[in-house]
Design a protein around this ligand. Structure first.
Ligand SMILES: Cc1ncc(COP(=O)(O)O)c(C=O)c1O
Length: 405
């Protein structure tokens, strides 16, 4: 049976159309965009085209506001470092406790090594940012506020326009990590207050190792990498042309299909959630009360260990991910779920299902057919569950529907 891939917030399959447009840039159009001969000129043209495709996805007013770089992590780091360097009189960063490590590790390094003051804004139990605390944290010392557009673990969307306007009232720049938002929800930067925005190709069916930082025209920018004059001096290093071309195509496809796919994927996700909540007791959709990405569902199963659930799902041909173990594989509970104060017995049993435009109703049916059996089997063996539910009997594996996978 075809495996069911529900880990699209980790990465997506590169769209075959994107792969097809990339291939000639390895062996036929292999010039360096900076060269003055014809080989260089044709490649430079392809980069210009990709920049316009990204401009389209972002609704940016100018194509040169798009800077190509190696991915979301680099874009996040470059935005933060640029803001500090361009505004040396300001030494404070305001961010949130639920950002991706690409922001959190960067700011904590700056705090430790350069004495930068970092203010981390918390969230409530739904994952809602504390806007009053955010407002108060913005002072004349603030160089930049960086708050993600959409959270990668629970999909919660932040009111980025409002946050950007508040940052500006304090004279600070506003950056948003839109790595999970780009291609999933509409973005229109033409009239926006957002100064910088990060995105990553592999999260919207483009290739890995390529991304972009939007830098609004007029925003002072200081490059993180120094070297050649590529990207108008904002990102040194020979451009990864095939990846840029592939991400451009992926952006074009994402934009063309966004309106329709947003609705279709949301309805699949909602059916998945509804089915799980109907069939399985004592589970909760984390962030479910808020406006979320249409593709993301993080569901915590009481008294269970997410790794055990994932293992059984995997045996059933379903790939999802743990909302409670961090990406490095260490079993540290997720900083996002901890910031949401998720009770311990739920925290450890959180599973993130993240869909894409490639998922179908059959994928949802597969999960709904397999998961209830898996959960009841694992719970029958969970000491904590049995302590709370003395009436429950341990069932032999053979009696559980679907072999208890
Ligand atoms: C919200 C968010 N920001 C940044 C990144 C890092 O992006 P990249 O893998 O392109 O470095 C990710 C990837 O998981 C992410 O989800």
């Amino acid at each position: 049976m075809k495996p069911v891939y529900l880990d699209n917030n980790a990465t997506t399959r590169t769209d075959p159309e994107a792969v097809a447009v990339m291939l000639p840039f390895f062996t036929e159009h292999y010039g360096n965009a900076s060269s003055s001969h014809a080989f260089g000129a044709e490649v430079a043209g392809a980069v210009r085209n990709a920049r316009r495709q990204l401009q389209g996805l972002l609704g940016a007013a100018h194509d040169h506001e798009v800077v190509f770089l190696s991915g979301g992590t680099e874009a996040d780091n470059a935005a933060i470092l640029s803001a500090l360097e361009a505004n040396p009189e300001r030494n404070r960063i305001v961010t949130s406790a639920v950002e991706h490590p690409a922001i959190l590790s960067c700011v904590s390094h700056l705090q430790q090594t350069r004495g930068v003051e970092v203010v981390m804004i918390g969230v409530d139990s739904d994952g809602r940012l504390d806007i009053d605390a955010y407002r108060e944290a913005l002072t004349p010392q603030t160089a930049i506020a960086s708050i993600m557009w959409a959270n990668n673990e629970n999909g919660v969307l932040n009111p980025v326009e409002e946050l950007a306007n508040l940052a500006h009232e304090a004279g600070a720049l506003f950056h948003t990590d839109a790595v999970q938002a780009a291609g999933k929800v509409p973005i229109d930067l033409s009239e926006s207050a957002i100064d910088m925005l990060s995105l990553s190709g592999h999260k919207f069916h483009g290739p890995k190792g390529i991304g972009a930082l939007f830098v609004r025209k007029g925003v002072k920018f200081r490059p993180m990498l120094r070297g050649g004059r590529q990207e108008r001096g904002r990102r040194a290093g020979t451009e990864n042309i095939p990846a840029i071309v592939g991400m451009g195509k992926a952006a074009e496809i994402a934009l063309a299909r966004l309106a329709e796919e947003q609705i279709r994927v949301r309805s699949l996700r909602n059916r998945l959630e509804k089915g799980i909540l109907q069939q399985i007791d004592d589970c909760r959709v984390l962030g479910g009360a808020l406006d979320r990405l249409p593709n993301t569902s993080n569901i915590a199963f009481d008294c269970l260990d997410s790794e055990a659930i994932l293992h059984k799902l995997e045996q059933a041909g379903i790939a999802a991910s743990s909302g409670s173990a961090c990406a490095s594989g260490s079993m540290e509970p997720s900083h996002v779920l901890r910031a949401m104060n998720v009770p311990v017995s739920l925290l450890q049993g959180a599973i993130r299902f993240s869909l894409s435009r490639e998922n179908t109703g059959q994928d949802v049916d597969r999960v709904l057919a397999e998961l209830p059996g898996i959960v009841s089997h694992l719970r029958s063996m969970s000491p904590l569950w049995r302590e709370r539910h003395p009436e429950a009997e341990a069932l032999p594996e053979s009696l559980i529907a679907n072999g208890g996978r």
